[in-house]
Design a protein around this ligand. Structure first.
Ligand SMILES: Cc1cc2nc3c(=O)[nH]c(=O)nc-3n(C[C@H](O)[C@H](O)[C@H](O)COP(=O)(O)OP(=O)(O)OC[C@H]3O[C@@H](n4cnc5c(N)ncnc54)[C@H](O)[C@@H]3O)c2cc1C
Length: 402
């Protein structure tokens, strides 16, 4: 009999993004999602239960591609409220969209870190919970039951905003199988996700180092004096806090340098200008070169500027109703893609990806991190080496951005 199901074993699903659309659609519950040896969520099928109906293949965003045409319009944008910008990764566009949908008694889905600091897609209906979903979590998030919840909301005629990586949005659309008038999907410009289990190891590492369990971790903190840096913030149970640039955290540094993504991310078919969300949001700090007056209005905070791509009629009408909460400047595609290369192609896979997770496993996270510290952070802080390091990074960027 022809094998119509998606994957037969956890071994042959390297290019699975772990979105759960197959698991959620399977009428026999034959698909389960498990962590692979690198700690990524991956689908596997129980051959004894599978009836070969093929639904899982039909909704898989790695097998199928269903995007809009190129965006209709491009904007540089910031939220008008400074306290929203401060709590957001870039310009607070997600908050503006979510505030509107919540006011319509709708539901908003996005990613939060749960009490164990595991990233999960979650539903909120109350503006008091908005901050949980704000800010980027640079980790593969677990969609759990959210696709089924979205369907239930839509059948109850609720307005829904779902924000996620492009593969998650493609998966949601495929799972729903038909368009819904009250559904607004927002995809992120995404360069890839490391595994949630690797992030857990990083949390354990910091807990051991600081001798107290880490209870809070935030990427993209914006300390006022260093608005332009990618800072992380963590807080321990005993009150200890750490707030430093990304390269003091071995996990974050590896993420920033493309070393530890899901294999699928390096071949992502959604890393292109044709988008899957009604609206696409991303960073646009270099808007300062093209819209200096926008930067001036934003008190010189370039890291707090977003790009917004309008990809469908639904996206156009949604942006239209929230436009008064934002400062919006029409911009150009080629200005956004100057640095946002993931609108053109997937992240280039570094050779070091071959051994990244193997090395972490072999050395143990602590030893791996120590080795990293000795070779990167320690050397970087010696002035003469810091010049070499900066030059090396510049060169790497030029090669990467070519
Ligand atoms: C893994 C990842 C990679 C990214 N790569 C790029 C990039 O290469 N270039 C670029 O311009 N922008 C990238 N971004 C987007 C960027 O970091 C900001 O999220 C974006 O600019 C929106 O900022 P904001 O201030 O409007 O919203 P914010 O308040 O920062 O809200 C961010 C939204 O993203 C959702 N989210 C956060 N983490 C995840 C996750 N792991 N999975 C799914 N959804 C999530 C949140 O729920 C929220 O809805 C990436 C984001 C993520 C999560």
């Amino acid at each position: 009999m022809e094998n119509n199901s998606i994957y037969n074993s956890i071994e042959d699903n390297r290019f699975c993004c772990g979105c759960r659309s197959c698991e959620q659609i399977c009428p026999k519950r034959a698909v389960s999602i498990q962590y692979d040896k690198e700690g990524f969520l991956k689908a596997s099928v129980d051959g004894d239960v599978c009836i070969q109906c093929g639904l899982c293949r039909k909704v898989c965003p790695a097998i199928n591609k269903n995007t809009f045409a190129s965006p209709m319009r491009y904007f540089a944008a910031v939220h008008k409220q400074d306290q929203v910008i401060r709590r957001s990764s870039s310009g607070g566009i997600f908050s503006a969209l979510a505030e509107y949908v919540l006011k319509q008694n709708g539901s908003v889905y996005g990613c939060r870190l749960d009490e164990n600091l595991i990233p999960i897609q979650s539903r909120i209906v109350n503006a008091d919970d908005l901050d949980l979903l704000r800010r980027s979590k640079y980790i593969q998030s677990d969609t759990r039951q959210t696709f089924s919840q979205v369907k239930k909301d839509l059948l109850e005629r609720k307005m829904v905003l779902y924000v996620g990586t492009p593969c998650q949005i493609a998966a949601l659309r495929a799972f729903l199988q038909k368009p819904y008038e009250k559904l607004y999907c927002v995809d992120l410009i995404c360069h890839g996700v490391p595994s949630a289990q690797l992030f857990q190891k990083n949390i354990e590492y910091w807990s051991r180092k600081l001798k107290s369990p880490v209870e809070k971790y935030e990427f993209r903190l914006k300390p006022s004096e260093h608005y332009h840096y990618y800072y992380f913030f963590l807080a321990c149970k005993n009150g200890t806090t750490v707030q430093k640039p990304y390269f003091y955290d071995p996990y974050y540094e590896a993420f920033y340098n493309f070393k530890n993504y899901n294999e699928m991310c390096y071949q992502c078919q959604y890393a292109c200008i044709e988008r899957v969300g009604d609206i696409t949001i991303g960073d646009y700090s270099w808007a300062v070169n093209h819209h200096p007056d926008l930067c001036e209005r934003n008190n010189g905070k370039t890291d707090a500027i977003s790009c917004v791509l309008v990809n469908s009629e639904a996206g156009k009408s949604l942006l239209n109703v929230i436009k008064d909460t934002l400062v919006l400047y029409e911009t150009k595609r080629e200005w956004i893609t100057e640095r946002n290369k993931n609108l053109i192609r997937p992240t280039v896979r570094p050779n070091t990806r071959d051994t990244f997770y193997i090395e972490v496993e072999k050395l143990g996270y602590n030893n791996w991190a120590r080795k990293y510290y000795l070779s990167e952070v320690f050397i970087k802080n010696i002035p003469v080496f810091s010049y070499v390091f900066r030059a090396k990074n510049k060169l790497k960027k030029i090669i990467y951005e070519r």
